[in-house]
Design a protein around this ligand. Sequence first.
Ligand code: FAD
Ligand code: 2HG
Ligand code: ZN
Length: 472
Amino acid sequence: MSKLPEEFIRGVESVVGALGIIGDAERMHSYLSDWRNAYRGEAALIVRPASTEEVASMVRLCNQYQVAVVPQGGNTGLCGGSIPDASGTQVVLSLTRMNRICEVDATNETMTVEAGVILQKVQEAAADAGRLFPLSLGAEGSCTIGGNLATNAGGTAVLRYGNMRDLTLGLEVVLPDGQIWNGLRGLRKDNTGYDLKHLFIGSEGTLGVITAAVLKLYPAVRSVTTAWVALPSADAAVQLIGIIRGLCGDRLTGFELMSRQSVEFVLSHVVGCSDPFAESHPWYVLIELSDTQPDAPLNDLLELGIGEALERGLVSNAVVAGSEAQVAALWALREGISEAQNHEGPSLKHDISVPVSCIPAFIQSTDQRLREQFPGVRIVAYGHVGDGNLHYNISKPVGSDDASFKAQQEAIMHVIYDATAGFQGSISAEHGLGQAKRAAARLYKDPLELELMRTIKLTLDPNSLMNPGKVL
Ligand code: FAD
Ligand code: 2HG
Ligand code: ZN
């Protein structure tokens, strides 16, 4: 039984039709909790509009009845941003029916898509046009472009191509009052005042509903080399990236760091993964070079770089993938970490960034503090080290129970975020604030920045109906 008035429900039906509404508990279930089951909410309805006009009518109706709207894409977000609160009075607005690729303009190197298109479909459409859409992340088979935009997603190719903000030329947004802002311009130059799209990118559904976007395409990649490298320390990884970048420039498209603990979790829990080396090492990096030329000398460059690093004692072992199957096997070791960590009980996620040069000192001092204060916790540190972005995640000590581990969550978080702040870092590098880091942002973000954000929120959404309880 819905907690909202009957006239509201009838209004929703008249906007999206029976096909666009999910109201029974069983079918609503998957929209109400996140991928890890870390957040769970209730909703009056799940509404699935099929067009921008339907989104706009829904938002207007929600305004009329003062009903809060929680935009949702693929529901792969890691901060609970797409999960409604426990009141059962909010409406989840799922964009997944709006999944059309509207236009591919290979000459302008742009693609116009609706917000509910799955990222992988965008990558495939770009490839079909002989182009590349470079955003790449573990959830690409289920996350949507709208979610990628709303969280300003990063992933494994930011080093070369930037994050979602850098990959976007235009947006269409339904504003909190139901007006449609059509900013779907495929222009690389447009200095006619404030660049409004950047307000909505990274706003996590709190300023409006993104309904479509014009994305940037790049030349297709025609040669790729991938290597798995073992290192004695995180410091060696930071030095290695300098060597490889110096040699390869923009050909360096991926440089992912993983601690032994991260790799061990994958080896224990992800079927089909195996250790490329017979012996274990404290740290690994996965390096990817790519080029638009089919026969670019990538192997030679990589071997040169790794050779120099070996001589300087920065590398302990290395293997270059010799086949596509080996490339996939190496990436599976990296991409499997999130899933593998779920098998080890609740994971405390800290998606931090510090200047790349500070990564080794951050790891060394924070590891030490955590080991002293919380003996036995397992530190699962990995991530996009070339962007200074570490997923500094924590799993409970072997044999301890979930409840006593969760009771330490706040204290562990403060150790990690205090260290992050000490290095002038950010407590959310790529996943956003959602509901997970809303309170922490109040402690660690500049008060003036927060005040400006509140002013913008109030101006656009005076009734606070867009994803309340998230971000601010
Ligand atoms: P959702 O989870 O549905 O929503 C996320 C937020 O965006 C919510 O606040 C929601 O309200 C809002 N939102 C969604 N759609 C819209 C819209 N159309 N308009 C307005 N607001 C909207 N993230 C990274 O950045 N880099 C990674 O490498 C990465 N790897 C991941 C790997 C795994 C295995 C998983 C599970 C997640 C990973 N993520 C990563 C996190 C997540 O996939 C991304 O943040 C993704 O961009 C979320 O997209 P989504 O469609 O699932 O959004
Ligand atoms: C990744 O880089 C994602 O794999 C997920 O951002 C990180 O699960 C995580 O903490
Ligand atoms: Zn990541």
